[in-house]
Write a protein that binds this ligand. Structure first.
Ligand code: MG
Ligand code: ZN
Length: 376
């Protein structure tokens, strides 16, 4: 009998010890920083291309917590980037073309507005104009994605602390004659329109903005180089300098454009460039331990497929060469395929599963506890 009791105790003690450890860990870890990386127009095939065309191991391979989102907008099965980003930024499904407004065209609070109330610092990066639909949804409220000058004005009026991208003409060559660079400087921005600077140069600035192209940035292979990775690192350094906690969004904007053009090499070079930026975010998150990194996309573009490469025999007949990957597209627009979500860091397990694109917003607020009482 005594022998039996001893065996029971041996089994029971480690079981309970293990269980209580798990509970303690879950309660303690609340991410202080969130880095949301959005690759516009990127489905599973686009992501898979990094595994075949990148010389080194893709940073996508570093994630363990993975989910899937349905990206349909409020009125359309196939979303556009405006509705897709508004779902992430504001937590609502809206109509295609809407920036930070609900289906009834009323403004909805975005993550920048919500976290700024808690003195959390915010940053926006894009390889398009900074007024383009994806970044715009995080700081602007307009009924149409086309109003770039209005969106620029909203950026100047927003609580964003760091931004980098193109779009200078919407700030300094406006139809209303206003020079928004002056307005930004009045808001204590250090503005650079020539190149990204070293962190040392902006360390003592309250806010920093980079507008490095008149409209969209050039493709990575045509002069943009490693802007996205550098801007991601610079934003992390700048936003973490006073340890207040930060939320930043960085977009690989042009993967979508490679898809629209059915241009495989363009798409892949932009995807690999985005994967490099993922690496910078993960390197920081690994060291920091308090940073949640979420990588996802608004939708897929082009109906892109990695198929066996089509080749021709000497007699002119076609065959599929299974030893080589070929790139094919089914259309020049967006598609409705489910989109992967990759998460790393404290709270990452919340992003596992199959859910709607606007749930990302709620999940970020839930794991960070950033939603204030006043906003409930
Ligand atoms: Mg975009
Ligand atoms: Zn698109």
């Amino acid at each position: 009998m005594k022998f039996k009791r001893t065996i029971l105790a041996c089994i029971a003690i480690p079981f309970f010890a293990c269980k209580s450890d798990t509970i303690v860990n879950k309660e303690v870890i609340v991410p202080k920083n969130v880095i949301l990386l959005i690759s516009d127009g990127t489905g599973l095939s686009q992501i898979s291309s990094a595994f075949y065309f990148k010389d080194s191991s893709p940073n996508y391979a570093r994630f363990k917590d993975i989910g899937l989102i349905n990206t349909s907008s409020s009125r359309e099965d196939v979303t556009d980037s405006a509705a897709g980003a508004t779902a992430f930024a504001c937590g609502v499904k809206t109509y295609n073309g809407a920036i930070g407004v609900a289906d009834d065209s009323t403004a909805v609070k975005n993550l920048v507005e919500i976290v700024s109330l808690k003195n959390i610092r915010t940053g926006m990066i894009a390889t398009s104009s900074i007024t383009h639909a994806t970044p715009a949804s995080f700081f602007a409220h307009t009924i149409s994605r086309g109003s770039a000058e209005e969106i620029a004005l909203h950026l100047a009026q927003s609580e964003v602390d760091f931004f980098a991208g193109g779009g200078l003409q919407f700030f300094n060559k406006r139809k209303d004659g206003r020079n928004l660079l002056d307005a930004l400087k009045e808001k204590k921005f250090t503005i650079d329109t020539t190149a990204l600077s070293d962190f040392a140069k902006i360390r003592s600035s309250e806010k920093a903005g980079y507008l490095l192209a008149a409209n969209d940035m050039p493709p990575a292979a045509e002069g943009r180089g490693d802007f996205l990775s550098k801007a991601t690192t610079l934003a992390i350094q700048f936003l973490s300098k006073d340890d207040a906690g930060f939320f930043m969004m960085a977009e690989g904007s042009q993967i979508d454009w490679g898809g629209h053009q059915n241009n495989g090499p363009y798409l892949v070079s932009e995807l690999i460039d985005f994967d490099e930026a993922i690496g910078k975010a993960l390197d920081y998150a690994e060291k920091d331990g308090n940073t949640l990194v979420i990588v996802t996309s608004d939708h897929e573009t082009g109906g892109f497929t990695l198929s066996a490469k089509k080749k021709k025999r000497e007699d002119g007949t076609e065959y599929n060469d299974y030893s080589e990957v070929g790139m094919t597209f089914s259309n020049g627009g967006h598609s409705a395929t489910l989109i992967p979500v990759f998460a790393f860091g404290p709270g990452s397990e919340e992003f596992v599963g199959v859910y709607e694109n606007n749930d990302i917003f709620e999940k970020i607020l839930k794991v960070t506890k950033w939603r204030g009482q006043e906003l409930k």
